[in-house]
Structure formats: structure tokens, C-alpha cells
Design a binder for this molecule. Sequence first.
Ligand SMILES: Cc1ncc(C[n+]2csc(CCOP(=O)(O)OP(=O)(O)O)c2C)c(N)n1
Length: 354
Amino acid sequence: MRKVIHKFEIEHLQVLDENGNVDKKEMPKLSNKQIKELYETMILVRAFDEKSLLMQRQGRIGSYLQVKGQEASQVGSVYALKDKDWIFPMYRSSGALIARKQPISVLYQYWGGDERGLISPKNVNNFPMAIPVGTQTAHASGAAWAEVIKGTKNVSMVFMGDGATSKSEFHTGLNFAGVYNAPCVFVCENNQFAISTPREKQTHAKTIAQKAIAYGIKGIQVDGNDIFAVYAAASEAVNNARKGNGPTLIECMTFRMADHSTSDDAKKYRKDSLVKSWEKKDPVLRLEKYMKKIGLLTDAYKKKVFDDAKKKVEAGVEKFEKTPAPKKDDIFTFMFKDMPLQLKNQYEAFKRGE
Ligand SMILES: Cc1ncc(C[n+]2csc(CCOP(=O)(O)OP(=O)(O)O)c2C)c(N)n1
């Protein structure tokens, strides 16, 4: 005899549609001041993103991975956190880090190859960005559990791409969080590609959110270009985690509008028509349409937001470029209190100019 022992459904949440209309029933509680704050942060992230690409092309930073198209997924989710909560960013999380008060100049230090660019602002718990795909998922889960052991109410939020869901650490992280009821929110920015690998070749599952079910945790798919849906799902997940009601996997359906990195040419593997279809879903345009409808976006305000963002980015660039580079010796002296013998020998050779 065969019987169904479990049937499942995955919710997809959209609050703000492409024409700037909101579903009032699902609209999270946000004051006009907060909506403006979200908008201003998204514009700042985009201004940083555009400048970073230019900076890399001009040889002023080493490399960069653009956020463009994913601003709502990143800004909306961290908006649900307190400073003392942890974020575990990946290389594409510059937007989340900006929203988490990481100074622009420090971010440029990072992208310029200076390890001091990994330092979190005082009283804000930003973990360093992970370059290896997916490793941060397990770190976040463990750190969330550590906060439980310490008796705090701090939550961890971790960012990963669709590609990372094929990595073992994704499964380790979700499984551990499920078993230990760790207060961890997993935010998967499903931007449809892992470099040139399309989402359909990443997993045969219909959604990434449903992977939560296998680990006995909550899972939801949201329109990742809809800042209100992202914020609503993230708030619910963060509140649940904080109250001891377990972890959540949030799949943000979004799209990487730029190349994978400054060493990539996405035209080689993505059709223009696909990119164009996502342009219509742009998270910034969509929020602007809504704000205009409710009288929150005047031409003068918009101009000021763009001007302020540009000024902040330029001030960050100036501070970064005026900061003396770290001493070359730091490569040897930074990591260990007591330098291991092998490194000591290398350091001596370096000092002799070998
Ligand atoms: C462990 C590991 N394997 C391979 C790579 C090379 N790599 C860098 S980014 C990337 C694709 C990741 O795609 P996804 O997780 O979807 O994130 P996205 O870049 O799309 O935001 C790969 C394979 C890496 N950085 N780390």
C-alpha cells in the first residue's frame, strides 16, 4: 500500500507589483520616513555599485562583483535586523553591508585588497565577506547557535546565491540550524545564474525555498525585486528566530543585471531579451513608482537623494585613496601572535629582499 505522508506547498510573496501598486493586506508596517530610508539606501548602493565598476576599470581597485538588480533583496532583508545581530555576507553583498553601516571607504579598502576592509564598524556585527561559495552558510548556523549558548537574543542572517545551494555547506548549515533550532535566517538571492550556469542546471527542484522542508525549517519564496515583500518575509523570519521559533530559508527571486564579476562577459551566455525582461522588474524603479503614487517622491527630493548618494560615494573614495596602504610586512605579522617557523623563515627571506 502506498500513501502520501507529506504534501507541501511553497508560498510566493509579492507586495509591490511592477506598476508600483501594493497589496494592502500584505503591506508591512513602515512609516513614510522608513520607506524613504529604504529608498535612499538603495540609491546609495546603486551609486556605490556604478562607481565601483568604474574604479575597477580605472585600476583603482582590484576587482568587484556588482549588486545591480539585487538592491531590494539585500537592503530589505537587513532592514529587519538590529545592529547586534550578525550578518554573514558573500562577495556580492556590498549592498547589505552598506545598509549595515559599513563605511564606503572601508568597502573600497576591501575591494582594493586591504584586509582592513573586512573590519566591521563598532557595535555592528558584520562578519567578513565569504569568497568561497557557500561556506558562510555553515558559519552563520554555528554562530547563531553560539548566541543561544551565550544566552543572547541575537540572530544570524546569511546571504548566498543559487549556486551555493549545491554546496555541502548549504546543507550543513540548514540541517544544523534545523536540528538545534538555531536563530538563523538564510537568504538565498536566486539571481538565476551562477556565473554561466543557469538556475535550471543548478537544481531539478522547482524552487529553492522548498529545500527548507527537508530540514524541517520554514521556507518561503519572495519577489526579490520587491523591497516590501523581502522586508515582510525577513521581519517575520527574524522575529521567529529571536523568539526561539526556529530558522527560515527565504528565496529571493531576483536577477543579476550586470556581469558576474569584473572578469566576466555575461553576453556570452545570456540572451539580451532575458536581461531586458528583468529591466522592467527593476527594484528601484518599482519603489519609485509607488512613492510617486503616494506623493513621497517629488523631483526635488529625488534629485537630492541622487546628489547625496554621489557625494557620499565620492567622499568614501577620497578617504580610501588618502588612507596609507598597509605595510607589506603585515602579510607576515597580521595573522599570528607567535609566528610559525615556516612563516618566520619566509619573513626573514622577504626582509633580505629575496
Ligand atoms: C568553493 C568555490 N568554488 C568555486 C568558486 C568560483 N566561483 C565564484 S562565484 C561562483 C558562482 C556562484 O554563484 P551563486 O552562488 O549563484 O552566486 P552569484 O555569484 O550568482 O551571486 C563560482 C563557482 C568559488 N569562489 N568558491
